[in-house]
Design a binder for this molecule. Structure first.
Ligand SMILES: NC(=O)C1=CN([C@@H]2O[C@H](COP(=O)(O)OP(=O)(O)OC[C@H]3O[C@@H](n4cnc5c(N)ncnc54)[C@H](OP(=O)(O)O)[C@@H]3O)[C@@H](O)[C@H]2O)[C@@H](O)CC1
Ligand SMILES: Nc1ncnc2c1ncn2[C@@H]1O[C@H](COP(=O)(O)OP(=O)(O)O)[C@@H](O)[C@H]1O
Ligand SMILES: [K+]
Length: 505
């Protein structure tokens, strides 16, 4: 499923109507029909349905929904939230059809009727404003949005909850709070931002006949889910040997944080790494070796509990190197990062305090021949980019794309909706995971899975998307079957990897 900005959606519309030749009235008919069919799961014939229709094509969708439901004998009324003369074009055509079928349209200026109808309404259809919104909701629609939000009815939004644009970058907004949103044709960016996604309620996408080819032409952003995982995740060959599945190195740990590297190492092995070496201090190795007996261990010197560089550590001998987990921010470790950045001869994954150490090396990352993968959460991303955390949360798509391109890195911006960005601008949002992951150690597990995935036979971008998918799906499986969000531990997530691999292939 593609994720679009308003411009990209309008480009898809334009291509469909003007290149492929499908009439806009038919698109609107398809949208309204698809949504009215699906929303029947929220209601029965005894329910009262009230459609709020605006002036644009979003309102047009509302008139099609009203006609379709009216024609199926539902008790439907439409409240038009703009004067008659504002309804033009395809929306006007569908308003007339609805009237010709016997439907009734009322003005939202008739407050008495509006209030009494809202009191008895079971289902509200919000078709006031879609992706054509500019700025904050204006009166009277802003007042009606408030009334809708106070009502007890089930609120179904058409395309977007009125008040939200498709694009990221907003902070001052007012929106209808939907229980469920039917997004037309493609998912909209704001469905994945922390501040706006809750207004969508549950959601799904409805297909209305846009040519499949129009989406990749206009957007390079997609939602990554089970379908994409199944399509891209490589099978293990019958004659596979351990060398085929990656000889990996993980460098990290400090005496204060020995567990991080243990979890990353276990997750890497669980996720499929053929042969794993853990480079850490002797102190850390003594603490963790019995917890991950499958790994090999390479002691490196330490100072005051922090790793220092070991010039004899042959990072170039490995297929992928992950560095940073549990390492801390001591300048004693800086040389170890320079060494890894200069000499690693394959994908290099940097996580956690590693960002502190690679920030001065970003220009060197840009010159690397092999992929570099950074896995920050929003706080770490803000620090890397010298912007505030609210700025990152407001513009995750744009900031990730700018950073990835500038420094030639892959960025995994972690969160409820983890965003994966390639240096060429491709982006994917991972669909799996739950609040049980909001616990120290979850990120270390992700690093281990990423480390394993980049060594399997798949494109690097797919590998990162599949790593995020497996990480979230493992947590989901555990929460559905044997844990709750409260007690889910990062080590449980490692256990869940097996369940994902067994259940989905
Ligand atoms: N072929 C297609 O195009 C298809 C489009 N589709 C559907 O169309 C939707 C896009 O339609 P669209 O482009 O007509 O814009 P739309 O979202 O209805 O908004 C425009 C209206 O909103 C108003 N308005 C703006 N800002 C406002 C504010 N702050 N506060 C209050 N009002 C505000 C603005 O008023 P004005 O500024 O003109 O006075 C104007 O009346 C899309 O989301 C999908 O549902 C599907 O059917 C598939 C086919
Ligand atoms: N509410 C949530 N829903 C889904 N995934 C989440 C949620 N909270 C955290 N995660 C995931 O958990 C991981 C947390 O990583 P991070 O913050 O680096 O943790 P730590 O460094 O403490 O191990 C990320 O992969 C993130 O996407
Ligand atoms: K809407």
């Amino acid at each position: 499923m593609f994720i679009v900005t308003a411009k990209e959606m309008y480009d898809i519309d334009h291509y469909t109507m003007h290149e492929a030749g499908l009439d806009g009235k038919i698109l609107m008919e398809n949208a309204g029909r698809a949504i009215s069919g699906r929303m029947e799961k929220f209601m029965d014939k005894s329910n009262k349905i009230t459609v709020f229709a605006g002036a644009g094509n979003n309102g047009g969708d509302g008139f099609v929904i009203a006609r379709t439901l009216y024609n199926r004998s539902y008790d439907v009324q439409v409240f038009q939230v703009v004067p008659d003369q504002k309804i033009t074009g395809d929306a006007h055509y569908h308003k007339l059809l609805y009237l010709n079928y016997g439907g009734r349209v009322f003005s939202s200026d008739d407050h008495g009727h509006l209030v009494s109808r809202l009191d008895e309404t079971d289902v509200i259809v919000d078709a006031m404003v879609g992706i054509g919104i500019s700025g904050k909701l204006r009166a009277p629609i802003s007042d009606i949005a408030e009334r809708i939000n106070q009502s007890d009815a089930t609120v179904i939004a058409v395309d977007v909850p009125s008040g939200l644009p498709a694009d990221e970058g907003i902070s001052n907004f007012q929106s209808v709070q939907a229980d469920y949103t039917y997004m037309v044709g493609a998912a909209k960016m704001t469905a994945f931002l922390e501040s706006t996604s809750p207004y969508y309620g549950g959601w799904e996408k409805v297909d209305i006949g846009f040519p499949a080819s129009s989406f990749p032409m206009c957007s390079s952003r997609e939602l990554w889910g089970e379908e994409q995982y199944r399509e891209t995740m490589p099978e293990r060959e019958k004659y596979a040997h351990k060398g085929k599945h990656g000889k990996g190195l993980i460098i990290g740990g400090s005496s204060k944080m020995p567990g991080s590297i243990a979890m990353a190492a276990k997750a890497s092995l669980k996720a499929g790494t053929g042969l794993l070496t853990v480079a850490s201090s002797e102190t850390v190795i003594r603490m963790i070796a019995s917890h991950c007996v499958e790994a090999m261990y390479q002691p490196v010197p330490e100072s005051d509990g922090y790793l220092t560089d070991d010039p004899d550590l042959s990072v170039s001998d490995y297929d992928a190197v992950a560095i940073g987990v549990g390492m801390g921010r001591s300048n004693r470790s800086a040389a170890a990062f320079r060494h890894a950045v200069q000499d690693t001869n394959g994908p290099l994954i940097v996580d956690a305090d590693g960002f502190y150490h690679v920030k001065p090396l970003l220009d060197q990352l840009a010159q690397r021949e092999h992929p570099t993968v950074l896995t920050p959460h929003p706080g770490e991303m803000a620090e890397l980019m010298d912007v505030s955390i609210p700025e990152v949360l407001k513009n995750p798509f744009r900031l990730s794309a700018e950073f990835a391109e500038k420094y030639n890195v892959y960025v995994i911006l972690k969160g409820r909706h983890t965003l994966i960005t390639a240096p060429d601008g491709r982006q994917a949002v991972n669909d799996t995971g739950n609040p049980g992951l909001a616990k120290g150690g979850s990120g270390d597990v992700l690093t281990g899975i990423v480390h394993a995935m980049v060594m399997q036979e798949q494109g690097i971008f797919q590998a990162l998307c599949n790593a995020c998918f497996v990480h979230g799906a493992a947590a989901d499986w555990m929460v559905e079957n044997s844990r709750a969000c409260h007690d889910l531990m990062a080590t449980d997530v490692i256990e869940g990897i097996s369940m994902v691999y067994r259940a989905i292939s």
